[in-house]
Design a protein around this ligand. Structure first.
Ligand SMILES: [Ca+2]
Ligand SMILES: [Ca+2]
Ligand SMILES: [Ca+2]
Ligand SMILES: [Ca+2]
Length: 344
């Protein structure tokens, strides 16, 4: 679908939910989101899959990327000034369906100055995470057969300002979806090296990988709580994908979502009180949801039917970087309209 038609299509979706969004806004206010007012959720949306940011109540949506090829997997820098993401805008051969992998890019939080960090023609990357000091990123890097089929993947680390990536996992199995611990000491990731998908912790230098889930179901997408005591993750152990939390040693896993739909890709709020995730429970293509960290007070914050809304990353950024262009209106309907415009 061409980009112009995407905009015609995406705009009414956001406009139609204006009244609901206002109600949600009031509801969120009533349960005291004040401490989250200066945070932003980055996510992937639209038929040509761009990166957007929004407030935690779904308001003030801004499009950051504008490229017809896939842009996804946004990840905030710890200072909220930059976002890494995956794109195959520079890939010569598009991977086969289901193997969505490209290069890791970094851009400013307002979408300006995207830089290809990995530039690995023969390999394909996705899902990045920042070290707490903001100097390094870890990411999934895959080897492709004939430039096409995924045959192996490992977790690599590199300086965010450039340099050679270092392989941390060095294992024949698939290793993917890293998440750096808030104290910088560990990286959580998922791997099928023990015969099924489990979540592992390793030291940030790649040593001592340890299986912390040890469960026959598929466990993946680890996401540290800001106080590093817990890890949220996705598992199909009840028959479909749910968001779970467990202690960081793997004990006491709790199903937070308990819904027959596919619930996936969680991201904690910077204050640890809430968790964002995507789910196809209302829209087969996905919407972004926010719940309290105990699974209560669930709200669909995108309410954007028939459009992809996936991969939330909840960051500490204030709205200043995207609200400074004078496009934000005080009337909520107009605020929604600005969501379909580029900000750079
Ligand atoms: Ca591997
Ligand atoms: Ca497992
Ligand atoms: Ca579910
Ligand atoms: Ca949607």
């Amino acid at each position: 679908m061409k980009h112009a038609s995407l905009k015609r299509r995406i705009q009414p979706c956001y406009l139609h939910k204006g009244l609901f969004a206002l109600a949600v806004n009031l509801l969120l206010t009533s349960i005291s989101l004040a401490q989250l007012a200066d945070t932003r959720i980055a996510f992937m949306s639209g038929w040509d899959t761009e990166i957007f940011v929004m407030n935690p109540d779904g308001e003030q949506i801004h499009q950051l990327t504008d490229d017809p090829k896939y842009d996804g997997d946004p990840a905030w820098s710890p200072d909220g000034k930059r976002i890494t993401f995956m794109s195959y805008r520079d890939l010569k051969q598009i991977p086969e369906r289901g193997v969505i992998r490209g290069e890791i890019y970094v851009m400013n939080a307002d979408g300006t100055n995207p830089i290809n960090l990995t530039r690995s023609v023969e390999k394909a990357e996705r899902v990045s995470t920042w070290s707490p000091d903001g100097r390094q990123i870890a990411f999934t890097s895959a080897e492709l057969f004939n430039g096409h089929t995924l045959v192996n993947s490992d977790i690599f680390v590199m300086a965010v300002d450039g340099g050679d990536p270092i392989n941390l996992t060095n294992h024949d199995a698939l290793d993917q979806t890293p998440d750096w611990s808030p104290n910088g000491n560990w990286i959580a990731f998922s791997s099928n090296r023990d015969g099924n998908w489990e979540i592992y912790l390793m030291n940030a230098d790649g040593t001592n990988p340890t299986n912390i889930t040890n469960h026959p179901a598929k466990d993946g997408r680890p996401d540290w709580s800001p106080d590093r005591n817990q890890i949220a993750f996705t598992s199909d152990r009840d028959g479909n994908l749910e968001i779970y939390i467990m202690n960081a040693d793997g004990t006491n896993a709790i199903n937070l979502t308990n819904h027959p739909a596919e619930d996936n890709r969680s991201s904690w709020s910077p204050d640890g009180t809430r968790i964002a995730f995507d789910s196809n429970r209302d829209d087969p293509l996905g919407d972004i949801y926010v719940m309290k960290a105990d699974g209560t007070n669930l709200i669909n914050i995108t309410q954007n039917p028939d459009d992809w809304d996936l991969s939330p990353s909840w960051g500490p950024a204030s709205a200043l970087s995207t609200a400074s262009k004078g496009k934000l209106a005080t009337v909520w309907g107009n605020v929604k309209r600005t969501g379909t415009h580029r900000v750079r």
